[in-house]
Write a new protein. Structure first.
Length: 405
């Protein structure tokens, strides 16, 4: 690395800058403006890209707004007690989300593991240290889940040592419930893939005195989802912080009943000898998450939506000029609720595979990521920086036109 001193020396020997030193500009100002901040992406050869795909974990989720970054910066300059940060932030988040209590976790996935841990252990320290071993501890060991909700994320629950019990109908649930049942889990984004809907699930559980948890990881907007399921009676609600809310990617929120959040926190850092010790969230992320949530709740939702729509319209109008290209706009109802553009083309008029289009966009400058589908591509505009929709539109048009037969 070039030292500050050698930069100063070099600057003073350069004719133009050397001349400037003699003027009123103090040397220190000159040096600090002359030295560009390190560009780690460039230095390490990491590809950056325009994200027209969406809030994908592999693509680092979302970009944090200035307020969040400033919060992280400022928080990093002082020591604080981690538990106190969590308690104070938790009270604020709980008030916004109509929950009794809340805690910032290392993403939605860890919210689920920790929430279930709390259900299993209560405030019993021995049980906390026993996890994930349940046998002979007196802890319950089963989670009831609808077959249609069984996507990979339920692994967060088996991490506690619990087994999944699959059901389809209300009768199945009644039969499945036993003294081993710890939790009834619901996955919002898959709710149309199960026979039992939210309120019925909650009512069934309440009838048998079993706690409920819902995963709404990617399901804001609408912003109301942040309190809807607390209001509905779910005991625990888990959401990602680094998707549409644009908090730190490694943050999420566990909210719900106070006794369960208190119990979940026994499995969280700073406490060791727990299954959650590796799910640390630092004070910067906890505070950053709070500011991101606050900003998200206060922002003009309609204006945001209109901006995403306008961008989609611009891209759609541009690519439709290529003969044989069709577009369709849809808004996924349950999660990733944002205007989404699907682009397809007639192979007889545009001779281009989905994979080739994806790679051409990815491998040019600026690199662009879109979503490849079976018969075309889809894209969203909510993760774009202002103006990037123009680049996405013209690059798509260019690639599609080039392949015109
Ligand atoms: C993204 C996601 C998760 C994991 O959330 P993290 O915040 O990345 O831990 C869990 N469930 C669903 C449905 C998701 O989409």
């Amino acid at each position: 690395m070039i030292s500050r001193r050698s930069i100063l020396k070099r600057l003073s020997t350069m004719p133009l800058l050397g001349g400037l030193v003699g003027t009123a500009t103090p040397l220190s100002t000159l040096a600090s403006t002359a030295v560009a901040p390190r560009n780690l992406a460039k230095e390490l050869g990491i590809r950056t890209f325009i994200n027209a795909a969406g809030t994908y974990t592999a693509m680092t989720g979302s970009l944090m707004p200035e307020e969040v970054l400033e919060t992280i910066q400022a928080a990093s300059k002082e020591f604080m007690m981690l538990d106190e940060v969590q308690t104070k932030v938790g009270e604020k988040i709980a008030a916004v989300t109509h929950a009794e209590s809340a805690v910032v976790t290392a993403g939605c996935f860890s919210a689920m593991t920790l929430g279930l841990a709390g259900v299993l252990t209560g405030m019993d320290q021995k049980k906390v240290e026993a996890l994930p071993h349940l046998e002979g501890t007196g802890m319950k060991s089963e989670v009831i889940i609808q077959k249609g909700h069984n996507v990979g994320y339920s692994h967060a629950l088996t991490n506690t040592g619990c087994k999944m019990v699959f059901v389809e109908t209300v009768e199945d649930v009644e039969k499945a419930i036993s003294e081993k049942t710890a939790l009834m889990w619901f996955l919002n984004i898959q709710s149309d893939k199960g026979k039992i809907m939210h309120q019925e699930w909650v009512n069934l559980a309440k009838k048998h005195n079993i706690p409920t948890m819902i995963d709404i990881a990617a399901d804001v907007p609408p912003v109301e989802n942040l309190w809807k399921f607390n209001d509905m009676g779910f005991d625990l609600v888990c959401v990602s912080g680094g998707k549409a809310m644009r908090g730190p990617q490694s943050a999420g929120i566990l909210m719900g009943k106070k006794n369960l959040i208190d119990a979940a926190r026994l499995s969280m850092p700073p406490r060791g000898s727990t299954i959650g010790r590796g799910m640390k969230v630092n004070k910067e992320e906890v505070l950053g998450m709070y500011v991101a949530l606050d900003r998200f709740v206060k922002q003009d939702q309609q204006k945001e939506w209109q901006m995403w729509e306008d961008r989609v319209t611009h891209i759609s109008d541009t690519v439709k000029k290529v003969a044989g290209v069709k577009t369709e706009t849809f808004r996924p109802e349950l999660g990733n609720h944002t205007p989404t553009l699907r682009i397809t083309w007639e192979p007889a008029k545009v001779n281009l595979t989905v994979k080739a289009l994806q790679e051409n966009l990815r491998n040019s400058d600026p690199s662009i990521e879109i979503v490849g589908e079976q018969n075309g591509i889809s894209l969203t505009t909510w993760m774009l920086k202002p103006g990037q929709e123009k680049i996405v539109a013209s690059r798509l048009k260019e690639e599609l036109s080039k392949a015109a037969v």
